[in-house]
Design a protein around this ligand. Structure first.
Ligand code: DGJ
Length: 751
């Protein structure tokens, strides 16, 4: 079924039904004051001429919008874009300050537009349609009678995924300046609070840990005020029915397409309803809106699943892969890469890099990436950020000379940059002290010895663009890793007057997006990977510019099980940077088998981050086989359905997941047993997502060779033997601690 927006009801009180056959989202307009009212979001319901049965007008009294109308308290109305100031005392989506100092806004419906295409949002990431008819867009125009402020709410529904996107645009059509104190991207009032909130916390090298807790009355905030989304909390949240698990039950997922300060919030109110808000964090934010000016919020997305958390994740994955991520033409699948960082850190010269690249090429790697250390005099992390001239001591032929040598090996060439940062002593630092974020006369806090450039200033973006073009124009770079290694503190922009300082965090984010957009326009063939000390900026906004993101600086395969498991909740495998690194692991000191490291990384972009000179001949031979195997499986992993089977958050010693091709004819399964505990071996692993009636050939350890039907594999499961220590039967990685078992399924031709 196509994406559709059906309009019923009288012209002054239309009802909008957004649907695609999987989900329905229904909006009404109240009979008095014409306030957009949330009527329904959930599984698709059949269109009808009237949805009056969804309207709740119980007399509840309280502070009333209209005298004598005990049903007119806004505190009980499910709204689409609640504003501050009248009788709704819940947290609003919109809060404005007017010239006389009051903050009272009431938005009423004026008109609407329905479009069959979706335009980009100015300066911000925005989802898009793939083909005519696959997207339907509703724009609701609202106005505040007293001030001339107009708000356009935009909704989009897509034919092929259970998702709705939201955003809001504000415009001052009146004669006076107003101030935006809060303009959220999404507000959703749900009729009850029988949900558990799932959210993700972490920090450097331990990102995306899952937490789940029942909603209780009051407010729960997931947020960042660090200038980047950060790993402390991710904007992704889910509301799951208490009995919903990975495979069944209702789950609503929400995410913001934004990379700066954010707020993802739930509020369970006096009426027992739940308000969800997502948007730019209102703390540290205030935007001046002069007559004639407009302000666009970032976009937010919500998905609906009746098949538990796996269903929610699959909806997010499909939405991002089809409607958000812009991959360079001809690069549908990510190249297998070797990144220089853990292999040689700052300690390299051209010869060393070329010999690493040669070894990489011989193992079947596609792309050689030179990480930090190639510019200025950067022999450690104390210097040179902001000075993007190649270091001729290390690279006598510059970046273009090195790139030529890498290309001559028939490899692609990639480069690391960290454009938003500056070290003291660099030309930018000396010439433009006012380009650095710090408060005049007050101390500035360093982090990793570096400071942040004020990306909200157009001249800073211009300077960085020019510097980078000088490197990239003739270098033939195929890939860029854009890093960002600190949070923003001592906020102050020398370019803004005192009264507008709270615009700077958002302006910073817009500047980052603008630099990305300009580089993408000039170098459309470059594949970008975003990074922020690992996964500190792994967000849906970044995916619009950089199709992949470095998931974590923790490359230990055991730690990665949790990190990648959590990340997969909201983000597709093909976006998750994942590398095989050396043992003992540089972050945890843990030693694990090559089989484990390779299998875990294959459920991500897959690459290597080690010095090939330290590999034995046997390891190199194994890596050659692993890469060849990954390339066969990559289409399933990158475009198929991902199922989490057993959670390492629930079972400390076990984790299992699988990817199934969209036509269900192929699957790849991996099961990991961390510690061998006698008597506690898990021996059956039921699968998911297969076609019950297809007969599959099963390849993997302990398989008898007898093909099995999908229903059989999903009900009876795979046998994970390996209980006995028998080196003759169990190859590397399938015995002792940190064991890994992989299986492939292929449907037989006649079924
Ligand atoms: C932090 C990143 O996460 C690492 O992968 C590496 O690129 C370093 N920065 C380089 O300084």
């Amino acid at each position: 079924m196509q994406a559709q927006i059906l309009v019923t009801g009288p012209a002054e009180r239309p009802v909008f039904h957004l649907t695609n056959g999987q989900i329905s989202y229904i909006i009404g307009i109240t009979e008095r004051a014409a306030i957009p009212e949330q009527l329904y979001f959930g599984p698709a319901i059949r269109p009808q001429d009237s949805y009056d049965f969804l309207i709740d007008r119980e007399n509840r009294n309280g502070v009333l919008l209209f005298a004598q109308d005990p049903a007119s308290s806004l505190d009980y109305l499910s709204q689409e874009y609640p504003s501050y100031g009248h009788s709704d005392f819940r947290q609003p989506a919109l809060q404005l300050t007017y010239p006389q100092g009051d903050q009272v806004t009431l938005l009423s419906y004026v008109s609407h537009r329905i479009l069959s295409h979706k335009d980009p949002l100015p300066g911000l990431p925005a989802s898009f349609g793939q083909a005519p008819g696959d997207t339907a867009v509703l724009e609701l125009q609202l106005k505040d009678a007293g001030s001339g402020v107009r708000v356009t709410l935009q909704y989009a529904v897509f034919a092929d995924v259970a998702a709705v996107t939201r955003s809001a645009r504000l415009e001052q059509t009146g004669p006076e300046t107003v101030w935006i104190d809060r303009a959220m991207s999404l507000a959703l009032d749900l009729p009850d609070h029988d949900y558990e909130l799932i959210h993700f916390y972490g920090g450097w090298a331990h990102e995306m840990n899952l937490e789940r807790q029942p909603l209780q009355h009051g407010i729960y905030q997931v947020s960042s005020l660090r200038g980047v989304t950060s790993a402390v909390q991710n904007p992704l949240i889910a509301l799951a029915r208490p009995r919903a698990d990975e495979f069944q039950g209702q789950v609503l997922g929400f995410n913001l397409l934004y990379s700066g300060n954010f707020l993802s919030q739930t509020e369970t109110a006096l009426s027992g309803t739940t308000r969800v808000l997502l948007g730019i964090h209102p703390d540290l934010f205030r935007w001046e809106l002069k007559p004639g000016q407009s302000f666009q919020t970032p976009e937010a997305v919500m998905v609906y699943s009746q098949t538990g958390l796996n269903g929610m994740s699959q909806a997010f994955h499909d939405f991002y892969r089809r409607h958000l991520i812009r991959r360079p033409a001809g690069k549908a699948l990510s190249p297998v890469l070797l990144n220089s960082w853990e292999g040689c850190y700052f300690n390299f010269d051209q010869d060393r890099l070329v010999s690493m690249a040669k070894a990489a090429r011989d193992m079947g790697i596609d792309l050689f990436v030179l990480d930090d250390g190639w510019f200025g005099h950067r022999d450690d992390d104390t210097t040179s950020l902001g000075d993007w001239r190649p270091d001729r001591r290390k690279l006598p032929e510059g970046i273009s000379g090195l790139s030529r040598r890498i290309h001559a090996l028939d490899l692609q060439f990639g480069l690391w940059i960290e454009p938003e940062m500056v070290n003291p002593g660099t030309p930018i630092w000396e010439a433009h002290p006012d380009w650095v974020i710090r408060v005049p006369g007050k101390s500035a806090s360093p982090s990793r010895n570096q400071y942040v450039l004020d990306m909200g200033r157009p001249e800073v973006v211009d300077n960085l663009f020019d510097q980078l073009c000088r490197v990239l124009d003739d270098a033939g770079v195929d890939y860029i890793k854009w890093d960002m290694n600190r949070h923003l503190s001592e906020l102050y922009s020398h370019a803004l007057p005192a009264g507008r300082q709270r615009e700077m965090s958002h302006r910073y984010c817009l500047g980052v997006y603008q630099l990305y957009e300009r580089l993408l326009a000039r170098y459309p063939d470059i594949l970008f990977e975003s990074c922020s000390s690992g996964g500190q900026r792994f967000d849906a906004g970044m995916l619009y510019y950089a199709p992949q993101a470095w998931t974590s600086d923790n490359t230990d395969a055991v730690a990665r099980l949790k990190i990648q498991y959590g990340t997969s909740m909201g983000y597709p495998l093909a976006a998750m940077g994942a590398h095989v690194s050396a043992v003992p692991n540089h972050q945890t000191g843990r030693v694990s088998s090559l089989a484990l490291r390779s299998t875990v990384a294959s459920f991500g972009t897959f690459g290597y981050e080690l010095d090939p000179a330290r590999l034995s001949a046997a390891e190199k031979a194994q890596i050659r086989l692993d890469i060849a195997r990954f390339k066969k499986l990559q289409p399933i992993l990158a475009t198929g359905c991902f199922y989490r089977l057993i959670s390492p958050f629930d079972q400390p010693d076990f984790c299992a997941w699988m990817a199934v091709s969209k036509d269900k004819r192929q699957a790849y399964i991996a099961a990991f047993r961390l510690l061998k505990v006698m008597g506690q071996e898990r021996v059956r692993l039921p699968l998911a997502g297969l076609d019950p009636a297809l007969l599959y050939e099963v390849r993997g350890p302990w398989q008898s060779g007898t093909p099995r039907y999908g229903d059989n594999l999903m009900a009876a499961g795979l046998i994970l033997a390996g209980n006995k220590h028998d080196p003759n039967r169990q190859p590397d990685g399938q015995q002792g601690d940190f064991a890994v078992y992989t299986f492939t399924l292929e449907a037989l031709a006649q079924t």
